[in-house]
Design a protein around this ligand. Structure first.
Ligand SMILES: CCCCCC/C=C\CCCCCCCC(=O)NCCO
Length: 580
């Protein structure tokens, strides 16, 4: 049978028509995509310009008001206790304190790029406080820096993603409201890493933040802007957030004090979290400051009726001064190596110095081994990476992926599963945990999710039993396995996170407090293979990244059982007073 020629001709013309339509469709889609990308780029540039202008305006204002280095220093050199008392007794005005910190913050920002933008309403708030009659709030006139993820009415909350540049938020986060109700003056918003799920501090909107002690290094993250600003002296008290170490890592890397409370001891309502539907390991909001007194003041002020009313899901537990001020000797566990990655000598020395100081104060120090950290941390990553970064990837469509997030993004989003498994196997030959984390499968089924919950609950019970068997009141550990890392390198030594993430998995409160600085001798020991054999791949990388680190801050971590923040803070205060 043969087809007449016209049938071919008709068929061909129908096909041609279809191809034209398909071509048109593809063209429209492509054009839409190009337009979307162009639009996002334009929006990012616009945002960058707005931020630049806002800093320039403030600088001009400070100049007009005659604020200079010397005038600023008189105020920024005061401790939080001195500052609070001078503001309370009227010796200092809120507007003068604000100006002094604005000046210093801009100076630190010039060096580290730690600020997203100044909060322009701060001046009005400070003047209102100065004109106020009647009783003063406990934070009266104290300038407070705020991590970018907390809503402040009239501002963008982005976690470094242009997706969120479409709409300014229309209300303050609960913690911001409590700070303001207590007379605090939120005055700058601080930088974060893209998605906030890394411990760097870089994103395409606001750029990379550097460490105030070494500009080639990262301040850590995700509350890295807070770390750099407070560490550089540009803020005395700030608010951060932590689901894996985001308060404690920048505190450690920038030599400041930070507290990750038990989840929900403070409210996170009104703060951006990409993984808010993730139910097993939740983030905590917490204070960061240049002293333990600052963190204690913040906890005392925040744990009050205003907070309990604004967020009734916060347990109404006020700050327990009796526990904080207790002199009763405690039984404290300590460890320097969790078996995942051996900390560099400076971080080990810091734990020993804190231990000695606590011993001198009459506490009993006992060696402690956190049980099965490997399984715990594997469950932690399985939980926080359960959707393999799908949520972030959806929001990031069209955005440039920041260098700090690239490796993680591509490992989980673009690498075909088969290659990821292969890559994971290869990594396992170098580092078992890292290899396992890379090979972990996405959680598809609800029953797997529930099983994971049960495994975590069982681990918590086992851990608490071990803690009870040892009759412990608290534990101290390295602040992290290394001091500040060169910018963009953290993913290459990501297992250092085991020192902080364990306490998120367990939901124990944990704080980070400065103890020391890296010395020449620490560096000598780092390069002595007898002291630091660096047998694992990540340890070798750590050794490489920790060269030339003399002078970098080193903290230790203090941990207690859930809702015992006051025990953590007591230890932190004792360590702060009795080391260095
Ligand atoms: C412990 C082994 C780590 C292996 C490498 C896995 C890499 C990343 C895992 C997730 C990283 C989570 C970082 C969380 C930072 C943070 O606390 N963000 C606060 C968000 O509110």
């Amino acid at each position: 049978m043969h087809m007449p020629v016209h049938a071919f001709r008709d068929g061909a013309s129908v096909m041609k028509k279809h191809w034209k339509l398909v071509g048109l469709g593809v063209g429209v889609l492509l054009a839409a995509e190009i337009y979307k990308k162009y639009n996002r780029k334009r929006r990012i540039q616009q945002r960058k310009d707005e931020v630049k202008k806002s800093c320039a305006r403030l600088r001009q204002q400070l100049q007009n008001d005659g604020i200079n280095e010397a005038k600023s220093k008189v105020i920024t050199d005061l401790s939080i206790t001195q500052l609070q008392s001078k503001l309370q007794n009227g010796e200092l005005k809120a507007i003068d304190v604000l100006r002094a910190y604005q000046y210093k913050a801009l100076e630190v920002n010039d060096k580290t790029n730690c600020i997203v933008e100044p909060i322009k309403e701060a001046e009005v708030w400070a003047r209102e406080l100065d004109n106020q009659t009647g009783p003063k709030g406990p934070l009266h006139g104290i300038p407070i820096s705020i991590k970018e993820c907390y809503s402040i009415k009239g501002y963008f909350v982005t976690a470094g993603m242009s997706y969120f540049l479409d709409k300014v938020v229309d209300d303050d986060a609960v913690l911001v409201k409590v700070v303001k109700a207590a007379g605090g003056v939120p005055f700058v918003r601080t930088n974060i890493p893209q998605t906030m799920m890394t411990f760097e501090c870089s994103n395409p909107l606001y750029g990379n933040t550097t460490n105030p002690h070494d500009s080639t290094r990262s301040p850590g993250g995700s509350s890295g802007g807070e770390g750099a600003l407070i560490g550089g002296g540009g803020s005395i008290l700030g608010i951060g957030g932590d689901i894996g170490g985001s308060i404690r890592i920048p505190s450690h890397m920038c030599g400041i004090v930070g507290l990750k409370p038990t989840v929900q001891r403070l409210s996170l309502n009104g703060s951006l979290a990409l993984n808010s539907g993730q139910t097993h390991v939740k983030p905590s909001g917490g204070p960061m400051a240049n002293s333990v007194d600052g963190v204690v003041l913040a906890m005392k002020v925040l744990l009050d009726d205003t907070l309990f009313t604004l967020d009734p899901f916060v347990p109404p537990l006020k700050f327990n001064t009796k526990v904080y001020e207790s002199k009763k000797p405690l039984r404290i566990g300590y460890y320097t190596d969790d078996g995942i990655i051996t900390p560099v000598p400076a971080c080990v020395r810091a734990v020993h110095e804190a231990k000695q100081a606590l011993e001198k104060l009459g506490h009993t120090m006992v060696p402690f081994s956190p049980p099965d950290v490997h399984a715990a941390v594997a469950r932690y990553t399985r939980t926080v990476l359960a959707e393999r970064g799908d949520i972030a990837a959806g929001l990031l469509a069209g955005d440039e992926i920041d260098p700090s997030y690239k490796l993680m993004y591509h490992t989980y989003q673009t690498l075909p599963n088969i290659l990821r498994m292969f890559f994971g196997l290869l990594m396992k030959t170098q580092d078992r945990l890292a290899g396992e984390v890379v090979s972990q499968r996405r959680i598809w089924f609800m029953l797997d999710w529930w099983d994971l919950h049960d495994e975590i609950t069982a681990y918590k019970s086992k851990f608490i039993q071990h803690w009870r068997d040892m009759n412990l009141d608290a534990v101290i550990s390295p602040g992290l396995a290394c001091p500040a890392l060169p910018s963009f390198k953290s993913i290459r030594v990501s297992t250092v996170l085991s020192y902080t993430a364990l306490w998120n998995l367990l939901n124990f409160p944990a704080g980070s407090v400065p103890v020391s600085k890296v010395t020449e001798n620490d560096q000598k020991q780092l390069n002595d293979t007898e002291v630091y054999p660096a047998k694992k791949y990540f340890e070798r990388k750590l050794k490489e990244f920790c060269q030339d680190g003399v002078g970098l801050p080193v903290n230790v971590q203090c941990i207690a059982l859930p809702y015992q923040e006051e025990v953590v803070l007591r230890l932190m205060k004792e360590i702060e007073t009795n080391t260095k």
